[in-house]
Every structure is written in structure tokens, then in C-alpha cells.
Design a protein around this ligand. Structure first.
Ligand SMILES: *[C@@H]1O[C@H](CO)[C@@H](O)[C@H](O)[C@H]1NC(C)=O
Ligand SMILES: *[C@@H]1O[C@H](CO)[C@@H](O)[C@H](O)[C@H]1NC(C)=O
Ligand SMILES: *[C@@H]1O[C@H](CO)[C@@H](O)[C@H](O)[C@H]1NC(C)=O
Ligand SMILES: *[C@@H]1O[C@H](CO)[C@@H](O)[C@H](O)[C@H]1NC(C)=O
Ligand SMILES: *[C@@H]1O[C@H](CO)[C@@H](O)[C@H](O)[C@H]1NC(C)=O
Ligand SMILES: *[C@@H]1O[C@H](CO)[C@@H](O)[C@H](O)[C@H]1NC(C)=O
Ligand SMILES: *[C@@H]1O[C@H](CO)[C@@H](O)[C@H](O)[C@H]1NC(C)=O
Ligand SMILES: *[C@@H]1O[C@H](CO)[C@@H](O)[C@H](O)[C@H]1NC(C)=O
Length: 900
């Protein structure tokens, strides 16, 4: 969920007139149209730039003054005459470059949202992997890789422009550069380097259209070359367009400061760029073991009987359902923290939760940030927030009114010091285990924040009527009590604040009319600490994420939680996971979901991610849903979700989808500890849980644009059929040894595309990369609780050098702080396989067998812990070259198998 119920006509004409009045740029080659500002690059390049003076270098720190080097060009306001430059070599791999106005305080991303890494102990430039070079007149700077002298970033020939509401920095790039990131967007994973505009401005982006700004904001990119991978973060939360034109990347930002982090990455391993980025924004939160189970959701479950029916039908179909979800349908007139008394009565909801918990299953409900504006109606969530005075305010101090599901609504101001206590209290009350709905995770939506109000939103009450919000339940007549406050005073906009509503540079915002405030809160609203929505808009979803995570942790203080959000900012993954928003049930969205996942998981450090399986809006088909069930089993976060007006799409609805889901969940569940181990590693240092092929084959240029195949964890190569109604797919296999996941037979990759034929709708091609030892559960189960009681087996898949290695991490799966952990290392040299480690957490399960792959002939002797094993303990398949050796020892004992 959720999008506007229908597409109301936007008041584009009104927005255009506002834009026009703000446009006083006669004489410049600048045009503003719906969809942003375009500027003749020559106009910007003709700006005077700066001269550096007073340059002071002390160890790993450089400071300088930057003075405007000529007549101000005042493209979108006034050029600031004098700036401060500060450069710090924070680590051997990280340089921080910050340009600020020394005379006037400007907005910066608050430390409370993105705590900065320490810059207290700068390193010596001589030891650094990248260097900051500069020229003083005209001032320009570049970042150079020390080992190769390659220029990674350079502002030469493109003057920096620094105005109150416009910042421009442009760097040269290699032609045909491999740039990834700068999301959230639905572009290809490798961005078209010649002609792409990436706009960052949180937006409720129904249908997640390609080439437009979406829900989240992650102003970081990785650039990959055959000589190395580096990363650049512009830590800025203001609206921006980042333009990739042939040979250049240009930031156009409408506020804040220039706050760059340059990361050296590595010459050989792209993973280093990811872990270095995690050092800035934080590593992902650990999530409960159960959250890797399968989730079922939809918008449009009509009542508790429907919800219970889905749970029963999954069980009857024998498809593992780990977690049931309910969208806003459960709410009374779409008001958060309420239940509809006839359709979703509390006692029946509690019955459902008790039932799920008794079956080791889980429950999640949607919570939106918008709280119905319902004064004098004894609506506790509104009344308490009013008493606590925590709502987002207009410039005149009145409550800012938007239009969301419950009708006219207010939003918590997450910057308000009392907002957390308010939110935690609402969660404690409504989601009380004793008297409320004892949810196991939280789902937060509409947190761009999304508003259905068309600009100018002078009378949201009238628009609530026009848009029929809250919508009536279709099985009953409209509710006569729908709150309509016709006498309330509409909020008037102050013209003096117009610069916050319509800055001169228009980012390419895809919301109706292009206005910054379109379909969200007005950008001149004021947060606590006098912060404006203009500056902090892109942080709303992340701040709600933090508040919700805290509220959930307060309910169950010692346990990890799962919070899934729609809107994110850099660093969100430290707190929450994310779904990729309101997609369509079609082949294009099925395919695009892979690039979306890679962006979040590989680049932005938000690895608990997935798209709505089978598609959200419009009607799915049996084949699409079957294919998507198998593809989605290899998203870190696997959830089937659907819109209210679409046909039902639970996996049990069709024979193909039932079988596809069972097959895929069998693989996913057997691999669950493998991905859990990868997630634990991500939590420790930020190694990606999923990654593109070039992460593993950085020298192989064919892999650079591939975004229809990926690695799930370190060594599972997933290659879905891309045309959903086809039974064949052309996949790329790098020059390496692979193994078919199901037969375990070796497959030699030659660095070429391979056509796979006869791939049934219920199947997905999955390969093990040579060099891995996989810890698999010996069989899959109906719940993850049962899975944890299932034995392990090890699959030893030697690489081209004949060796293989892997890791297994096991803990209790739920506690924030672990009393005991099991960390196992699996290691195979040409003839000896060892399982060893520390076994502090008692799994209580055995190792059943070891499966050695690519074994040319049965060895003369096989020894388990030095003792020759009997013939009955061996089984060899000549066709697939798999040798199975029975072990039958508790996992905690570790062991050695020697083949001779
Ligand atoms: C660049 O992309 C835009 C939007 O997709 C398109 O309208 C335009 O024609 C493209 N320009 C070039 C030079 O390819
Ligand atoms: C569950 O299955 C029963 C029997 O096939 C069917 O009548 C019912 O509509 C299904 N309910 C749901 C919610 O899937
Ligand atoms: C709510 O009650 C207060 C106090 O009685 C009153 O001042 C206010 O106008 C009422 N608001 C609405 C929207 O009815
Ligand atoms: C809040 O910010 C506005 C606009 O930047 C400024 O005019 C006003 O003085 C500030 N108020 C306070 C209390 O800091
Ligand atoms: C989806 O299917 C339903 C039921 O057949 C139909 O009423 C609806 O119009 C379809 N929706 C779309 C977008 O095709
Ligand atoms: C796949 O086949 C189904 C059934 O014939 C059809 O409804 C659907 O439109 C096809 N999908 C695509 C993407 O071609
Ligand atoms: C695997 O064992 C070999 C030989 O004992 C050793 O050199 C290597 O470091 C081990 N690898 C791992 C990952 O433990
Ligand atoms: C694990 O192996 C031991 C023997 O080593 C056996 O006694 C026990 O039954 C096995 N446990 C399970 C769950 O198979």
C-alpha cells in the first residue's frame, strides 16, 4: 500500500502560475517547464568560480578561503561571495570535503539523523589511498587514486556555483563510465552515463515510473573501473537533480551545503566501497530469523474472516506462511491506532494473533504517520498529540493539515523532542500484548510524507469531500460520520516564504505540477528547532523509521524487530528494511525489481529489501505470479503484496504458483542460515547481502551492465527467466566453475551467454559459484521455528583451484544481545574438509552429511575424524559427480573428512 485511490486531476495550471511568478530570469538561457529546470551548460560554466587563498595544511587537514573570482553570475539567486573549504583525510580510504558559508549558518543534515564518522584523527596524506589535489586560481579540486594517479573526481573547467538555494558541482567522468546508485529510482542498475537525470525528493510514486524521483533518497554512487571501484557521497538532504551527461556528472542542489565524502574503495574488490560507505551511514540492523520467512499481504482484505481464511488456505495448500500482514483495511475509517469494530473487531484480531503465535507464525500491521485531524471527537491519537504539541506546524504556528487516508490529517514532527515518547506510547497502547494487537513487526507507509491534497491545498476539507476520503467500504453505504470541518479556516500561504515553496531552480520533481509541495507537506512548514520541511523533507521517512523502531523496541525491549518502510534516506538501513513501493503486476516491474533491490542492498546499505511479489497494482497472471514467486524467493525480504482492486494473488490461487512457491521456498528455507550468516556479516561490517555480478568478477566488463542476474549472498547465482511467458532464458556465466543448485552437477562458465531451455514456470535457474561451502538445512519446513530444529548438511563446491570455504553463524535468532553464538568455518583443500569453530549457541541439531561436488571418482578411502567410513556411509552419483558422505554428528562437534 498505498497510492491515491484514483488519479484526481492535478492543478498543474495553478502550480504553473506560481512557478511563472517566481521566474525572473530573463536573459539567461534557462527554461523551466513542468519537469524541472534546464540550463545551457555554457551559462553555468561561464560563472566566475573561486580563488583559493589562506590555504593551510596541517597533517591530514587542509583549510582555505574561497572568494568569488569575478562578477557574480547569480543564476538562481545571489552568489555567496566568500566560502570556507575544509578537507580532512579521515581515514586512509576516506576524504571529507566540505564547503560552507563562514558568515551565515546554513542547513546541514542534522547529526541526530546521520551521525558523522569521526574526523578527530586525520591520517597523513602520504599514507592515503586517495589524494585531494587542487588549483588555487581558478579554484578546482580533484580526487586521485594514489596507486595509479587516476583522477576519480575533478571539478576542473566547471566552476562551483554556491548560492542560497542553488549549489552546483560538476565532475568529469570517463566516457562510458560505470555509475551505480543515486537512488531511489527505477532505472537500470548501471545508469546510462550519457543522458540520465536522477532527482532526489521523496515522492509517493505510484507505479514506480522509470526516470522519476521515488520514495527514498540516497545521494551516493559507486563508480567501477577495471582499475578499481570508488564511491562518492554528497551528504545533503535538500532536493537535487544529479545529471549524467556524456563524460560528466553534475549535482544541482537547492540548499544545504557541499558535504562530500570520497571513498577509495579498492583496486581489486568492489566490496570495499560498500564497507567504507557503511562506515559513514552505519551497517544494517540485524533482523529476526523469522523475518526471512515468507510474508503474505494485500490491500483489500475485507474483514477478519478473510484474513483468517488466507492463513488457513496457505496451511491447507502446504505453502509455508511465516507472517501474515494486514494493510489499512483493519482501521476504523482509515485512522491509525484503531480497528473497525464490525469488520476487524479487536477480540477477533486478538484471536488471529493468538492463533498465529500458537503456530509459530507472526503478524504485522500497517501504521501510517498521518493522524486524522479530529478535534473534539475523543480520538486519542490526535488528542494526545495535540496535548503533547508534537504536530508539524505552519509558519504561523498552526497545525499543518494534509489530506491522507483518514481525510484531513496532521503529521508528527519527528524533530520535536516529545515526538518519540508520543509515538512509543501510541504503539504501547494500541499494540499492547495484553489489551491490543500484539504485532511482531511494523510496516510504515505514506512517509514521504504523502498527501492526496492537490495544490494549492487551501481547503483540504473540501478536497476530502471531493476525493471521498476516507473512502467508504464497498459493501456498505458511505459512513455518515465522515468528519468534514467545513468551518475551519483554510491555511493561507505567506508570500514572503515563497522561496521555500518555489525556489528558482526547479528540480525535476515528477509530482503533479512539479511543485515541491505537490502531494506532500508544504515545504514552508516548520519543524522543531526552526527546521523547514524544505530542508528536511527527504528525512521524514527515515525519522519515522527510527521512531517506529524505538517504539517497537520499547514494546519488547530485549528483542530485535522488523520495521519495513517505504521512504528512506542515507543510513535508514541501520534501523529498518524497505519494500520497493507500489509496482505493477507486469513483466517490466518483475524485471526492474532486481535493479531496485541491488540499489538498496548493494549500494545504500538497506539490505532487508524486496518488491511486491506478483505485483501490487493491476491484475497478475498465473505465469507472472509463478515466475515472481521463484524470483522473489531470492529477495532478502520476501513478501507477496497486492492492491485492493486487483484479483487475489495468494500463491495457493493457481496450480503453477502453488508449485512454484513450494519449489522456491524449499530452496530459500534450506539456504536460510546461509543468508542469515550473510546478514550477520552485513551487520558487522556492511558487506552486501546481495550483489551484482561485477562485484565477484570486477575485471569482466560483460558483467558491468548485468541487472537481471545477481548473487544472493556470496555464492548463489540467481538467473531468473526474464520473459515471464517464455521457458527459456539466456544467462551469462563468467569464466568460472559453477554447480546447478538442484542437481549439484558442475557447469563450466566460459565468459559467454548460455541459452537455458525448458525452464518450467515453477523453476528458477540457480547456481553455486565454485569455491563455496554452503551450510544447508537438510530439509525445508513449514515455519522457520521448525527449520531451526532441522539438521544441517554441507555442500562443498570446489572452485577452479580445487578449494572451497564458507561460514555459518547461528544464534537464538531474536535477541538484541546474544548470550551465546556459534561461528563455524568450513574449509576444503584438495582432499580435506574441515568444520571447526566456536559453538557457544547450542543448535541441538546434527550434521547429516557432506556433499562433495565435482568428484571425478570414488576415493579409495574416506576418513571421518581419522576413521575410515564404511561403504554404506558413502554414496556416489557418477552422472552429477556428487559424493555424499554420511556424518551423523552433532553440529557442535565439528569434524574432518579426508578423501584419498
Ligand atoms: C535524454 O533523455 C530524455 C528523457 O528520457 C529524452 O527526452 C532526450 O531525448 C534524451 N536526449 C538525448 C540527447 O538522447
Ligand atoms: C479459502 O479456501 C476456501 C476453499 O477453497 C475458499 O472457499 C475460500 O474462498 C478461500 N478463502 C481465501 C481467503 O482464500
Ligand atoms: C474543539 O473544542 C474547542 C474547545 O471547546 C473549541 O474551541 C474548538 O473550536 C473545537 N474545535 C472544533 C474543530 O470543533
Ligand atoms: C526561524 O527561521 C526563520 C527563517 O529562516 C527566521 O526568519 C527566524 O528568525 C527563525 N526563528 C527562530 C526562532 O530562530
Ligand atoms: C482485474 O480483474 C478484475 C476482475 O476480473 C476486473 O474487474 C478489473 O477490471 C481488472 N483490473 C484491471 C486493471 O485490469
Ligand atoms: C503471459 O500469458 C498470459 C496467459 O496467456 C497472458 O495473459 C499475459 O498477458 C502474458 N504476459 C506477457 C508479459 O506476455
Ligand atoms: C583452509 O585451510 C588451509 C589449509 O589448512 C589454510 O591454509 C586456509 O587458510 C584455510 N582457509 C580458511 C578460510 O580457513
Ligand atoms: C544426532 O546424532 C546423534 C548421534 O551422533 C543421534 O543420537 C541423534 O539422534 C541425532 N539427532 C537427530 C535429531 O537426528
Amino acid at each position: 500500500m498505498a497510492a491515491v485511490p484514483s488519479y484526481p486531476k492535478s492543478s498543474a495550471a495553478t502550480a504553473m502560475s506560481a512557478i511563472k511568478t517566481a521566474l525572473l530570469l530573463a536573459g539567461l538561457a534557462i527554461s523551466r517547464v513542468l519537469g524541472g529546470t534546464t540550463v545551457d551548460p555554457a551559462v553555468l560554466d561561464a560563472c566566475p568560480g573561486h580563488t583559493a587563498s589562506n590555504v593551510k595544511v596541517q597533517g591530514g587537514t587542509l583549510t582555505a578561503s574561497l572568494k568569488l573570482a569575478g562578477k557574480a553570475c547569480n543564476v538562481f539567486g545571489s552568489d555567496i561571495p566568500s566560502l570556507s573549504l575544509e578537507v580532512v583525510y579521515e581515514t586512509t580510504e576516506r576524504i571529507h570535503v566540505k564547503i560552507t558559508d563562514p558568515t551565515t549558518a546554513r542547513y546541514e543534515v542534522p547529526e541526530s539523523i546521520v551521525p558523522r564518522p569521526s574526523s578527530a584523527n586525520p591520517v597523513s596524506p602520504t599514507s592515503a589511498a586517495i589524494k585531494f589535489d587542487y588549483t588555487t586560481s581558478p579554484f578546482s579540486f580533484s580526487i586521485v587514486r594514489s596507486a595509479t594517479s587516476e583522477v576519480l573526481f575533478s571539478t576542473a573547467s566547471h566552476p562551483i556555483i554556491y548560492e542560497n538555494q542553488y549549489l552546483r558541482t560538476k565532475t568529469v567522468l570517463p566516457t562510458d563510465a560505470n555509475i551505480y546508485g543515486l537512488g531511489e529510482h527505477t532505472n537500470t542498475f548501471r545508469l546510462d552515463p550519457d543522458n540520465t537525470t536522477l532527482t532526489l525528493w521523496s515522492r509517493d510514486a505510484y507505479g514506480v515510473p522509470t526516470g522519476t524521483n521515488l520514495y527514498g533518497n540516497h545521494p551516493v554512487y559507486f563508480e567501477h573501473r577495471s582499475t578499481g571501484t570508488h564511491a562518492v557521497l554528497l551528504l545533503n538532504s535538500n532536493g537535487m537533480d544529479i545529471k549524467l551527461t556524456r563524460g560528466a556528472l553534475e549535482y544541482n542542489v537547492i540548499g544545504g551545503v557541499l558535504d562530500f565524502y570520497f571513498l577509495a574503495g579498492s583496486q581489486t574488490d568492489p566490496t570495499a566501497a560498500a564497507t567504507q560507505y557503511a562506515e559513514i551511514v552505519g551497517t544494517p540492523a540485524e533482523v529476526p530469523y523469522w523475518s526471512f520467512g515468507f510474508h503474505q499481504c494485500r490491500f483489500g482484505y475485507t474483514d477478519y474472516v478473510d484474513v483468517a481464511g488466507v492463513i488457513s488456505n496457505y496451511s491447507a495448500a502446504g505453502i509455508p506462511l511465516e507472517t501474515m500482514w494486514t494493510d489499512i483495511d483493519y482501521m476504523d475509517r482509515r485512522r491509525v491506532f484503531t480497528v473497525e469494530p464490525d469488520y476487524f473487531p479487536l477480540n477477533r484480531m486478538r484471536e488471529i494473533v493468538d492463533y498465529l503465535h500458537s503456530q509459530d507464525q507472526h503478524y504485522i500491521l500497517m501504521t501510517d504517520p498521518a493522524v486524522g485531524f479530529l478535534p473534539n471527537q475523543s480520538y486519542g491519537p490526535y488528542d494526545r498529540g495535540t496535548t503533547d504539541d508534537i504536530w508539524l506546524k505552519n509558519a504561523n504556528g498552526s497545525q499543518h493539515l494534509g489530506l491522507v487516508w483518514p481525510g484531513v490529517a496532521v503529521w508528527p514532527d519527528w524533530f520535536n523532542a516529545d515526538a518519540q515518547a508520543y509515538w512509543s506510547n501510541e504503539f504501547a497502547l494500541f499494540y499492547s500484548p495484553d489489551t491490543g494487537i500484539d504485532i511482531d513487526g511494523a510496516w510504515i507507509d505514506m512517509n514521504e510524507p504523502s498527501s492526496f491534497c492537490d495544490l494549492p491545498c487551501d481547503d483540504p476539507f473540501e478536497q476530502a469531500v471531493q476525493q471521498d476520503l476516507p473512502p467508504a467500504r464497498t459493501t456498505l453505504p458511505p459512513d455518515p460520520n465522515t468528519p468534514i470541518f467545513v468551518n475551519s479556516t483554510p491555511v493561507r500561504r505567506q508570500s514572503k516564504r515563497d522561496s521555500l515553496l518555489v525556489p528558482q531552480y526547479a528540480i525535476n520533481n515528477a509530482a503533479p505540477g512539479g511543485n515541491l509541495s505537490s502531494k506532500t507537506a508544504y515545504t514552508d512548514t516548520i519543524h522543531a528547532n526552526n527546521l523547514t520541511e524544505y530542508d528536511t523533507h527527504n528525512l521524514f521517512g527515515t525519522m519515522m523509521s527510527v521512531a517506529t523502531q524505538q517504539a517497537m523496541l520499547a514494546r519488547r525491549p530485549s528483542l530485535r524487530t522488523l520495521v519495513i518502510t517505504r521512504s528512506t534516506f542515507a543510513g535508514a538501513g541501520k534501523h529498518v528494511g524497505k519494500w520497493l513501493g507500489d509496482n505493477f503486476s507486469d513483466e517490466e516491474h518483475y524485471q526492474n525489481s532486481i535493479a531496485g533491490m541491488l540499489g538498496m542492498a548493494t549500494i545504500y546499505q538497506v539490505p532487508m529489501v524486496g518488491s511486491d511479489i506478483c505485483g501490487y497494482a493491476e491484475n497478475t497472471t498465473e505465469t507472472l505470479c509463478a515466475r515472481w514467486a521463484t524470483l522473489g524467493a531470492f529477495y532478502p525480504f520476501m513478501r507477496n503484496h497486492n492492491a485492493d482492486t486487483s484479483i487475489s494473488q495468494e500463491f495457493y490461487r493457481w496450480p503453477l504458483t502453488t508449485e512454484a512457491a513450494k519449489n522456491a521456498l524449499d530452496m530459500r528455507y534450506r539456504l536460510l542460515d546461509y543468508i542469515y550468516t550473510a546478514f550477520h556479516q552485513a551487520n558487522l561490517v556492511g558487506t552486501p547481502v546481495v550483489s551484482p555480478l561485477w562485484f565477484k568478477y570486477p575485471q569482466d566488463a560483460t558483467t558491468y551492465p548485468i541487472d537481471l542476474q545477481w548473487f544472493y549472498g556470496d555464492s548463489i547465482l540467481v538467473s531468473p527467466v526474464t520473459d515471464v511467458n517464455s521457458t527459456s532464458v539466456s544467462i551469462y556465466l563468467p569464466k568460472d566453475i559453477f554447480y546447478d543448485f538442484l542437481t549439484l552437477a558442475p557447469v563450466q562458465g566460459t565468459g559467454a551467454h548460455v541459452l537455458l531451455k525448458n525452464v518450467l514456470y515453477t523453476e528458477i535457474p540457480v547456481h553455486i559459484k565454485g569455491g563455496a561451502v554452503l551450510p544447508l538445512r537438510a530439509q525445508s519446513t513449514m515455519t522457520t521455528t521448525e527449520l531451526r530444529q532441522t539438521d544441517f548438511e554441507f555442500v562443498v563446491a570446489p572452485g577452479t583451484d580445487g578449494t572451497a570455504a564458507g561460514q555459518l553463524y547461528v544464534d537464538d535468532g531474536v535477541s538484541l544481545t546474544q548470550a551465546a553464538e556459534t561461528q563455524v568455518t568450513m574449509n576444503f583443500t584438495r582432499s580435506t574438509f574441515t568444520v571447526a569453530g566456536s559453538f557457544g549457541f547450542d543448535t541441538g541439531v546434527n550434521t547429516t552429511r557432506v556433499r562433495f561436488l565435482n568428484v571425478g571418482k570414488v576415493p579409495t578411502t574416506v576418513r571421518l575424524n581419522g576413521k575410515a567410513v564404511s561403504a554404506q556411509a558413502l554414496s556416489y552419483n557418477q552422472a552429477t559427480k556428487v559424493l555424499d558422505v554420511t556424518v551423523g554428528l552433532p553440529l557442535a562437534q565439528g569434524f574432518t573428512v579426508a578423501l584419498n
